[in-house]
Design a protein around this ligand. Sequence first.
Ligand SMILES: [Zn+2]
Length: 308
Amino acid sequence: MVTHGLGKGQVMKLEDWIILADGAQITEEFIPLPESDEEPESDEEPLANGTKLRWTLDENNYRVAIQINKGLLQVKSVIDGGGECHDDGCGCRPCADTRMVPPFPWSRRPLKQTLFADQKAWKASLPGGGTVTVTELQARPSEKKIPVELSDVEKIKALTKSYKVKTYSCQSVSPLERMIAYEGSVNNYRSILASITLDDDISNPRHRHVYTKQLMLTMPLYLKQKAEVQALGDQASVKPIKVVPSGKNNIYATINQQEHVVSFYDNKITLSTDMRFPNAGMLYDNFAQMGNPQFHVVYRRRKIPITL
Ligand SMILES: [Zn+2]
């Protein structure tokens, strides 16, 4: 990504900074955390990606940095009205690319970019005086309006589509079906073992061993499943709904301070029981049944509160 810099007094749009930061090839040196025995400043929390920091001394002296995955990237430094650019004679790729762009020769080289470990490291590099302003990256809820007239399940479906959520819910195998499958395997191994003759043993002694081992492994699984089916009674044939997490975008509901992944199955809202064990899903008809939880979406690594 090449920037030709801006004229004096011009302000680049936040969106452009974001594009700039995301596609940035970091060729400048990395400034590590300053070594110090001082206690870490507790008031400086990690910045969300896309957050813009601007240090301003006056209109001719300012710096702009933007938080990216790797750290805090200073994308512009203006001293006495002039942007800090790559040095004359620099042979880096952006400089080489700029060379091809008319008017030739270039009036400005690409702006110098410097990656800092964090906000503290960046602040330590600033000259004295001036003020620092922080601009949080704002979610753009206007892009993805969920119509209020929709039913609760339809709202979740709409969110899933709007925020490109890939997590889904599906029906899983019932405990009874699982038990029948194990039972089938056990019977199969038994009949194979029963059919092995003495002649078979002599010609292929491993044969009996292999199936005995399979039977030994499957038998406890079958017995455990059988006990579960007996304990469940009529409920043993109910196919549970499982939530299958997929992709990075997700809808979350916070209930009793715990986050659950939200999706839908058929005409019901599904909720993972636990973030770590999302397979066991719970089914709800509407938000009231869920206890009217707080919703948020994680979309492109940003947490966006959702009011439904
Ligand atoms: Zn260069």
